[in-house]
Design a protein around this ligand. Structure first.
Ligand code: MG
Length: 289
């Protein structure tokens, strides 16, 4: 099942795509009084809604798809250096990244509003000279998680989305902590939907790719994560409550501009089209303003 946030006649709503993905069924049609995805996640409490064949739906052509959680309640939790091949390229590029640390790297990413599929990304070129892309699998927590064991983690996952962890490399490295360089307005494109976790389980094995202007830059599979999703949920929830609606970006595979030889590093410029894809979930494409 695929959940979407969409704009229809000027107002934002949450709903579910029809099986053929040609239309969206408003949450109200499913008997759920929820005007936003966060409310919908709260209402569902870890369960999936029942969808009947004759539920009223709105043609996809008549709505604008927004990021599935346009304004999360808290910062996005991010994994750094969570694909082995990306660790290697990042270490080559900058000695600040320490490949030998052996524990998961967590940081957070502020967002004012997640950029919707098709919308533009402000490159902040007045302060950023090295704008980079990072396609990532985003995990959405479905109910409050505290002290959850890895074996039970699946019960707490609402679903998965695509996140582009857009990064200003000069700011990311200059300030030691990555927070600022990851948190500029527009640096969290998200979408196009949330694929419910029942479809692919707690350890999804999905092909993940990123293209810039049609050129394939990243190409991997989510099974290549160093720290898998149940591990992450167990480790974090042992010390902090992961509230329903929490978004976790699970790290990016190799192929980012940072990892290229400095003589050919292809950082993003105005007009570039970044296309992030994860099988089963869909496509998240944005243009740099
Ligand atoms: Mg990242």
């Amino acid at each position: 099942m695929k959940f979407v946030t969409y704009k229809y006649k000027g107002a934002e709503h949450a709903g579910v795509l029809t099986a053929d993905e040609s239309a969206v069924i408003p949450a109200a049609e499913l008997g759920l009084k929820a005007e936003s995805m966060l409310e919908l996640i709260d209402k569902l409490g870890g369960k999936l809604p029942a969808v009947s064949d004759n539920t009223k739906a709105i043609a996809l052509a008549d709505v604008k798809i927004e990021a599935p959680i346009p304004e999360p309640r808290q910062d996005v939790i991010c994994l750094g250096l969570n694909y082995r091949d990306h660790v290697e390229e990042a270490t080559r590029a900058d000695a600040v990244f320490d490949v030998q640390r052996g524990d998961a790297v967590y940081f957070s990413k502020r967002l004012q509003r997640a950029v919707a599929p098709g919308d533009k990304i402000d490159g902040h070129f007045d302060i950023c000279d090295s704008l980079d892309y990072e396609v990532e699998l985003g995990v959405i927590i479905g109910r409050d998680a505290k002290n959850v064991k890895a074996a039970d983690a699946g019960k707490y996952i609402f679903g998965y989305t695509i996140i582009n962890d857009v990064s200003a490399r000069n700011l990311q490295t200059r300030h030691k902590q990555w927070y600022f360089g990851k948190s500029l307005d527009d640096f969290t494109p998200m979408g196009p939907c949330i694929l419910s976790a029942d479809t692919v389980g707690a350890m999804p094995e999905l092909n993940i790719r990123c293209y810039v202007n049609g050129e394939k830059r990243q190409d991997s599979n989510t099974r290549m994560m160093i720290f898998d999703i149940p591990y992450i949920i167990e480790e974090l929830s042992a010390g902090m409550t992961l509230k329903a609606g929490t978004v976790i970006a699970t790290g990016t595979p190799s192929g980012v501009a940072l990892g290229m030889d400095p003589s050919v590093q292809k950082y993003l410029v105005s007009g570039d089209v970044v296309r992030c894809e994860i099988d089963e979930i869909g496509v998240l494409e944005n243009t740099i303003a």
